[in-house]
Design a protein around this ligand. Structure first.
Ligand SMILES: [Zn+2]
Length: 129
């Protein structure tokens, strides 16, 4: 995308920053998440209704596969390089896997919501208030 044809995204965060920091796609405040993985019902600042977006758990399987693949490769590399006892693998990879999956899910869900928001905004569909 050329930087010259900027759509009306004034005050809106980019999809990447919205995804990474859990920003509201409308006002850019970090209000998207209520807990670790749960979206807040609405934006605390601009009252955008997050429940309106049907992101669901679409990215879950996909992201889990990617994270699982990456961690398997890392585990094999570590095993080949250092040949640690099995409990070291347990201690290392179980928490890393959990953190990586949660982080990837957060980013994935926030990215989907931001993209969905932009698509709707682009189509000019007005939400009744
Ligand atoms: Zn907002």
């Amino acid at each position: 995308m050329a930087s010259s044809d900027k759509p009306e995204t004034k005050g809106q965060p980019g999809i990447a920053s919205a995804a990474l920091f859990g920003c509201c796609p409308a006002c850019g405040e970090k209000t998207l998440f209520e807990g670790m993985l749960k979206f807040a019902p609405t934006c605390r600042l601009c009252a955008l209704d997050y429940g309106h977006f049907n992101v669901g758990d679409g990215p879950a399987a996909f992201l889990t596969l990617i994270v699982g693949g990456l961690i398997t490769v890392m585990a094999i590399v570590v095993d080949q390089a250092f040949n640690p006892p099995f409990w070291v693998h347990m201690l290392l990879w179980i928490p890393i896997t959990a953190i990586a999956v949660i982080w990837a899910l957060r980013v994935g869900k926030a990215a989907l919501l931001a993209i969905e928001y932009r698509r709707r905004a682009g189509e000019g569909r007005e939400k009744g208030k």
